[in-house]
Design a protein around this ligand. Structure first.
Ligand code: HEC
Ligand code: HEC
Length: 146
């Protein structure tokens, strides 16, 4: 009897879910079908800083990075963004936080925690968001409360 109730509940919840779909990247494509991927857009390459959505945000990358090697042997990003190369490349030096270990002590070089740049820094594309985003900027939030 218990098993039957569980089964009925499972069916009901499937119907409820089907009726009230959560937004997802598949859109209306059924589970057993392959969705048509959106066309690849060119990566933003205008050298212009974007506004950060909040103070701690890792700045987005305003230039193309295709083909840049970042692995155990070499870090192409540091060839321009390290302290030693920033003047030559006229690139902003990596943030001082990138030299800190987890105890907050400064190291002579970029900390291993900050080595794989694209874990946090990403390029941008001019596309419509695949899923509606309800993010509200802090200033807008504070204004709303006043
Ligand atoms: C050939 C030199 C060069 C290389 C290689 C390079 N950058 Fe840059 N980067 C720059 C310069 C110069 C700027 C300043 C804006 C501009 O001119 O694009 C910049 C800007 C940035 C910014 C914006 C900083 C801010 O304050 O808004 C980020 C983030 C960044 N780069 C990340 C990266 C990452 C991650 C890589 C490796 C995948 C990388 N860069 C590789 C030269 C370089
Ligand atoms: C774990 C996340 C993380 C990784 C990995 C990381 N960054 Fe950052 N980066 C940030 C954040 C967050 C900020 C902004 C806050 C700050 O300054 O720490 C930032 C700031 C920067 C800035 C702006 C500095 C300035 O003064 O305007 C540059 C340039 C940058 N990072 C480049 C890099 C490069 C190059 C690498 C790889 C060697 C890298 N970052 C790896 C999170 C990261």
């Amino acid at each position: 009897m218990k098993k039957l109730i569980v089964l009925v509940m499972a069916f009901v919840s499937v119907f409820l879910l089907a009726d009230n779909q959560l937004a997802n990247l598949r859109g209306d494509t059924p589970l057993d079908a392959e969705a048509e991927p959106p066309k690849m857009q060119a990566v933003e390459n205008n050298d212009l800083k974007r506004e950060r959505a909040y103070p701690q945000q890792a700045p987005t990358i305003p230039h193309d990075i295709s083909g840049y090697q970042v692995d155990l042997n070499f870090n192409r990003c540091l060839a321009c963004h390290s302290r030693k190369k920033a003047d030559e490349a006229q690139a902003p030096m990596v943030s001082i936080t990138h030299y800190m270990n987890r105890e907050g002590q400064f190291l002579v070089d970029v900390s291993p925690r900050r080595f794989f740049c694209t874990q946090c820094h990403v390029t941008q594309q001019e596309v419509n968001p695949l899923i509606e985003n309800t993010f509200v900027d802090m200033d807008t939030l504070v204004k709303g409360e006043e």
